[in-house]
Design a protein around this ligand. Structure first.
Ligand SMILES: Nc1ncnc2c1ncn2[C@@H]1O[C@H](COP(=O)(O)OP(=O)(O)O)[C@@H](O)[C@H]1O
Ligand SMILES: [Mg+2]
Length: 397
């Protein structure tokens, strides 16, 4: 069918034509944020899940939901290389400038902007990547100790007071939180904890790979109590059907039931894969309805497209030994796997491979669901590894 009207949208962070199966979670966040605005206790929320399950698009949608009801938001994505204060400062400034336009919040928002100036100046020594415009001179003693844990707490408190005076709330939407270092996470947790104790309307809605939960616990042992960690996974069958059929129907087309069944089976209902299969099945079909034969044809091109994009970008960043480690894991199946079993595959000692495993964890390729276990962070990555490195030549080296 016409590729121009193809509704499907595979791609990291690309909004889907139908955000299926996430209404409950959106509603939970809506309630939490509304409670926050009314100064009632709520927990910050960190959504954890593998790559491609739809965390980023959900975070963006939640942000739109919040802005739609007049809540102040900021949105950042933690890259591997930048510090949290450097990412936060300019976004906080924008939010405070918006708040300062509200007559009731003006004074406190300006005080928070002074706090931000002090914060940036004092922390510049340690976090050289902080770049933020100054609207006011710092207020001596406000968020300017040069110690992140203390200053971030001070700063978010003044931001919270400003948001409260406006009858609003400030919600920080932060993606890829697993890349933030543990000391910076610790500072963020302390600051949020303080705001919660003082019933100030500041909170975090974050997303990250599954290791985030453990990293938060390492950073502050009480983090597990302070946050909710909803797991974002593949869609339920019913939602996966809607993710495919609804966009097709919106375009005035149809898809056969057995074709839909096949898409669900091939994709295991992972959102990224659903988009890829939907797109290729649409393109394969000559006319509505999309048939099983069209999906069969699409499976070949969809897998090729995933290999080229979704899987490949991750594979490309690996050293030869990291690739062999992942290939050994893949030999054992989807996982999780014991470190000892992986080492056996390579004929090496566990301790000998520990640095490689550690590198793969910090690159976000694998994670440890429990002590001594290792899993992939990308669904179906084991199948990809067996496709890209076939045979057993990888065993020797
Ligand atoms: N609930 C959903 N229903 C249908 N498609 C979805 C859904 N959530 C995400 N997608 C699609 O899945 C892909 C990956 O989404 P993304 O948010 O980047 O995942 P993650 O951040 O978890 O890696 C995108 O193409 C997006 O359009
Ligand atoms: Mg993402």
């Amino acid at each position: 069918m016409d590729p121009i009207t193809n509704p499907f949208a595979p791609g990291a962070g690309t909004p889907p034509p139908e955000l299926a199966g996430r209404d409950e979670l959106r509603e939970e966040i809506r309630i939490a944020l509304e409670r926050l605005r009314r100064n009632l206790p709520t927990k910050s929320v960190l959504m954890v899940g593998l790559r491609g399950v739809g965390k980023t698009v959900l975070l963006d949608r939640m942000r739109d939901d919040a802005e739609g009801v007049g809540i102040q938001t900021l949105r950042i994505e933690a890259p591997e290389a930048r510090s949290l204060p450097a990412l936060l400062a300019p976004q906080l400034r924008q939010a405070l400038l918006r708040l300062s336009r509200n007559a009731k919040a003006k004074e406190l928002a300006q005080r928070a902007l002074r706090g931000l100036a002090g914060f940036a100046k004092a922390l510049k020594v340690k976090y050289a990547d902080i770049e933020v415009g100054f609207d006011f001179e710092p207020e001596p003693g406000l968020a300017d100790n040069g110690d992140l844990e203390h200053d971030l707490q001070d700063l978010l408190e003044t931001v919270g007071e400003a948001a409260k005076s406006a009858g609003s709330a400030l919600v920080m939407f932060i993606d890829e939180l697993q890349y933030v270092s543990e000391d910076q996470l610790a500072a963020l947790i302390t600051a949020l904890h303080r705001c919660a104790q003082r019933r100030l309307p500041v909170t975090l809605v974050g997303a990250g790979l599954p290791q985030l939960r453990g990293r938060m616990g390492n950073a502050k042992s009480y983090a597990e109590r302070l946050f909710d960690f909803p797991e974002i996974g593949p869609l339920l069958d019913s939602a996966a059907r809607i993710a495919i059929s609804k966009p097709v129907e919106v375009q005035g087309m149809k898809i056969d039931d057995n074709a839909l069944d096949r898409i669900l089976a091939e994709t295991h209902c992972y959102p990224y894969f659903l988009q890829e299969w939907g797109k290729h099945a649409w393109d394969a079909a000559d006319a509505s309805p999309i048939s099983l034969a069209d999906v069969e044809q699409a499976s070949t091109t969809a897998v090729a497209a995933l290999d080229e994009s979704f899987f490949h970008v991750r594979f490309d960043r690996l050293t030869p030994l990291e690739k062999r480690y992942l290939r050994a894991m893949a030999e054992l199946g989807a996982g999780p796997h014991r470190s000892g079993d992986i080492a056996d595959q390579l004929g090496r000692e566990v301790t000998n491979l520990a640095p490689t495993r550690g590198q793969l964890i910090s690159k976000g390729m694998i994670w440890s669901p429990s002590h001594g276990d290792t899993s992939f962070t990308v669904p179906l990555f084991d199948e990809y590894m067996r496709r890209i490195i076939p045979g057993d030549g990888w065993k020797q080296s």
